[in-house]
Write a protein that binds this ligand. Structure first.
Ligand code: UD1
Length: 430
């Protein structure tokens, strides 16, 4: 079985390129089902989740091909894919394809909008809480869909003539439900207003792509989206934004190990809350023309308590990585997780490095220790797994991270990127 082997203690220096955002690439790929024309996506990260979603889209009739030139025929470096779905050949997303990744459930939006029907298996994905789909279904019902559950599948049907625009308010901010209802509303009859919409930058990225495809959306980047349905969407050539979670993860890695790293393509405005917290811990952060520079001395950082929140708050997807950093802080920190009810599975694994962490309900109390010691640990979910890598980079001695298929879902070329900057990290077969 493959695992990651690390020897801690090296500083991180140089330039580290940030890949396209997984959480934008997935919904952008799904948006390609809304049109019979070609959607070209630039800066698509090569990740297990992206490959899995390609299988799902192909099952619906998409043909997907690499693209090596830009719109002017010039050769491009950026990894690009074209998506063509002239005909939706199957409106069913089966269990064996959908169960591996929660976001694949989102195909329900475009299928219902374009074909007026969808049969989609209830989702799987990271085991970080119950993660129901009630907001999605209530949102689609507000657009007139009839929803039934049949043997583990959601069966959705639009009224005759298609979905109907409507006004709705999500009871709680949901990234996935916002993506799905926004996509579905682009082809509905009339105007849809979504209140309490998620404002994550990935939603804005998808909304802008939909507009490039001919959708009429206003209120982009706000919690109040207004979508005027159009009859058809066309093609587009669109770029996936850089991954803010990968950016924040590497920023925290430098905060732990020390060093001087330029996170190339990183966009500070997309992770300001996390950068502000890192600055308070004593890390030096500056914005440069082509990215974010992180400088740290590798000493124990100051403890700063945080609470996760929807964007623009501190992202839940950086909570585990930040906890690894706080495990070696010079004092005690509290981290409150407000988005998911079961997102502390990394705590038991961080304890193997010698971290002193206790949990009460949704709050983790982390008493910083002087030194973390390398250990055998097991990845439990995508973001948790990278927190173990970060801990290992700063720990004394050797670390093995097992179950790394979780990492491969969301971090492109992780070992290569880190070892290019000085880390002693490799993938080994045991
Ligand atoms: C997305 C991200 C994930 C991130 C999360 C929160 C992608 C591919 N995944 O996940 O990385 O951690 O946003 O920023 O973009 N909820 C309900 N009912 C619903 C939907 C959600 O109760 O119908 C709850 C969830 O259980 C959770 C909260 O709402 O407690 C937020 O979840 P949501 O924003 O929907 O997360 P995802 O879209 O699954």
């Amino acid at each position: 079985m493959e695992c990651i082997r690390l020897i801690g203690g090296n500083q991180l220096n140089g330039d580290l390129p940030i890949s396209g955002a997984k959480n934008a690439a997935l919904p952008l790929m799904i948006a390609s089902l809304l049109t019979e024309k070609e959607l070209v996506l630039r800066n698509v990260p090569d990740l297990a989740d992206v490959r899995q979603l390609q299988l799902i889209l192909k099952n619906h009739g998409a043909s997907i091909n690499p693209v090596s030139t830009d719109a002017n025929g010039e050769k491009v470096e950026s990894p690009s894919l074209s998506f063509n779905t002239p005909v939706i050949t199957d409106t069913c997303a089966p269990y064996d394809l959908v169960s591996a990744m929660r976001a694949s459930f989102w195909v329900i939006g475009p299928l219902l909008a374009r074909e007026h029907k969808a049969r989609v298996s209830l989702p799987g994905g990271c085991a970080i809480g119950t993660r129901p789909v009630d907001f999605y279904l209530d949102g689609l019902k507000a657009l007139g869909a009839n929803i039934e559950i049949d043997e583990g599948y959601i069966v959705a049907t639009a009224p005759k003539g298609g979905l109907v625009g409507s006004k709705l308010r999500f009871p709680k901010v949901s990234v996935g439900a916002t993506h799905v209802v926004m996509m579905a509303a682009t082809l509905a009859n009339g105007i849809t207003e979504i209140e309490n919409a998620a404002q994550e930058p990935e939603i804005g990225n998808v909304a802008r792509c939909l507009v490039a495809m001919g959708a009429k959306i206003s209120g982009i980047d706000t919690s109040h989206l207004v979508i005027e349905g159009v009859e058809k969407l066309g093609g587009a050539d669109f770029e996936v934004l850089p991954d803010r979670i990968e950016t924040g993860t590497f920023a925290m890695a430098v905060a732990m190990t020390g060093g001087n790293l330029l996170l190339k393509n990183g966009r500070p405005e997309n992770l300001q809350a996390a950068l502000n917290v890192l600055e308070l811990t004593g890390v030096n952060i500056s914005t440069e023309k082509n990215g974010i520079r992180i400088i740290a001395n590798g000493e124990r950082v100051r403890p700063v308590s945080v609470e996760t929140d929807p964007f623009p708050g501190f992202p839940t997807d950086l909570q585990a990585q930040y906890m690894a950093l706080m495990a070696r802080a010079d004092g005690t920190t509290k981290i409150r997780e407000t988005i998911f009810e079961n997102r502390f599975m990394h705590v038991a694994e961080l304890a193997r490095f010698g971290a002193d962490i206790s949990i009460e309900g949704q709050v983790a109390t982390i008493k910083g220790v002087k030194t973390l010691k390398g250990a055998q640990v097991m990845a439990t979910d995508l973001r948790a797994s990278v927190s173990l890598v970060i801990a290992g980079l700063a720990a004394k001695g050797e670390t093995f991270v097992n179950q790394i298929h979780h990492l491969d879902r969301g971090f492109e070329n992780l070992e290569e990127k880190l070892s290019n900057c000085g880390a002693d990290i490799s993938r080994v077969s045991l």
